[in-house]
Ligand binder design. Structure first.
Ligand SMILES: Nc1ncnc2c1ncn2[C@@H]1O[C@H](COP(=O)(O)OP(=O)(O)OP(=O)(O)O)[C@@H](O)[C@H]1O
Ligand SMILES: [Mg+2]
Length: 363
């Protein structure tokens, strides 16, 4: 196989053109079911959007796509990304009327912010904040104007991870809030407003109100990307947040155990309920790399995140190993993406960021 991406894309298109679209005289390429083909080394991601009413045949068409593309010489992995109807964007957000196919009321854009992506996990402590901070920095390194909103009001971690614990945001005359800028990243977190680490007790409506303020009353300015570090879990608080804003996509962070399958499933369901496209699954704490010999020791049984991505037909964005430097960076305020961009986490984040940008711009 030629390494030239366009040659591979042409080969993929050619085999896809042989797959008819049931009930029509045309094939899945000409009819627009195939929206985009993205090639990265031996990996192909295909964005598909089926017409409404074709629900029963979707499975068999998807299988045919995977089978035929995988049969192309040199292609090792095929991921189908099912694009759903775009969430409603009412002209007047206050009116809140959802458009056809949308299950969301009152979805709103943030003025000046082009893409908002949410980082979620089925449960706590899997490295969601580590991924959110480093993904935001990877986007920045790629030349994107980027912001990071720590939406975890119960356990804010952005200030500690970025070394900005002593920063205090200022209000403007318009009663908006100025974000804290660090390493070129615009950030906001409830952690900037708390005097100590004592736990905060928030009731549901207060959380919703606070997060709306963080989204819509912070002077984010012109941003290409705003990364949301969601609170752990996929309950009502997360759903409310995901529903209130027009998201370009969601990233799900998980660990490699077998139970990851369930966690990823919950994450996928949360995004699907609100018609948010799933940009992929990232597996964190995936084996331990020995500092002296470089050998990877699997700590958990392994592969759960990757298996889950395959099973639910969403892109797999990579495996981040457990590393002492990553653990230390979480406390030192110096994220690994800045100190060791070429290290294990850095290289996974860079390629995941590349894939995310491609998928988002494909929409
Ligand atoms: N790949 C890794 N290697 C080593 N340590 C890691 C790795 N990923 C995360 N950690 C560490 O694990 C801890 C939990 O990570 P993090 O805070 O990012 O998780 P979280 O999912 O955001 O947690 P929470 O549910 O509390 O918000 C942190 O101390 C972090 O530094
Ligand atoms: Mg966190």
């Amino acid at each position: 196989m030629s390494s030239d991406k366009s040659v591979v894309v042409a080969a993929v298109n050619q085999v896809l053109e042989e797959i008819p679209l049931p009930g029509t005289p045309t094939n899945i390429v000409k009819s627009g079911v195939i929206q985009r083909v993205i090639v990265q080394q031996g990996e192909v991601t295909i964005v598909v959007q089926f017409p409404a009413g074709l629900t029963t045949q979707q499975g068999s068409i998807s299988e045919q796509i995977e089978e035929r593309v995988r049969a192309i010489d040199g292609i090792e992995k095929v991921t189908l990304l099912h694009r759903s109807e775009a969430p409603a964007k009412p002209q007047d957000p206050a009116a809140g009327a959802p458009g056809p196919g949308a299950s969301v009321v009152g979805v709103q854009d943030i003025p000046g912010v082009t893409h908002v992506i949410a980082v979620a996990s089925g449960k706590g402590g899997v490295g969601k904040s580590t991924v959110a901070v480093n993904l935001a920095l990877a986007l920045l390194a790629r030349g994107m104007k980027t912001g990071l909103l720590d939406a975890d009001v119960y356990g804010p971690s952005t200030p500690k991870m970025l070394g900005t614990e002593d920063a205090r945001p200022r209000a403007t005359e318009k009663e908006t809030i100025l974000p804290i800028e660090v390493h070129g990243l615009k950030t906001m977190s409830i952690g900037y407003m708390l005097e100590d680490d004592s736990p905060v007790i928030w009731r549901g409506p207060m959380v919703t109100g606070l997060l709306r303020q963080f989204l819509f009353q912070v002077e984010w300015g012109q941003l290409d990307y705003l990364v949301l570090d969601l609170p752990p879990g996929t309950g009502d608080a997360q759903l409310t947040l995901v529903q209130s804003i027009s998201l370009a996509g969601g990233v799900i962070v998980t660990t490699p155990q077998d139970v990851a399958l369930l966690d990823v499933q919950r994450g996928i369901q949360m995004f699907q309920r609100t018609s948010v496209p799933i940009l992929g699954v990232l597996e964190n704490m995936s084996g331990f790399e020995c500092a002296s010999c470089g050998q990877i020791t699997e700590i958990f049984r392994g592969g759960g995140g990757e298996d889950a991505a395959k099973r639910y037909q969403v892109p797999f964005l990579g495996k981040i190993p457990l590393e002492p430097s990553t653990a230390l960076s979480g406390d030192s305020g110096q994220p690994v993406m800045l100190t060791q961009p070429g290290g294990a986490l850095g290289s996974v984040m860079t390629s995941a960021c590349e894939k995310i940008v491609e998928l988002v711009s494909a929409r």
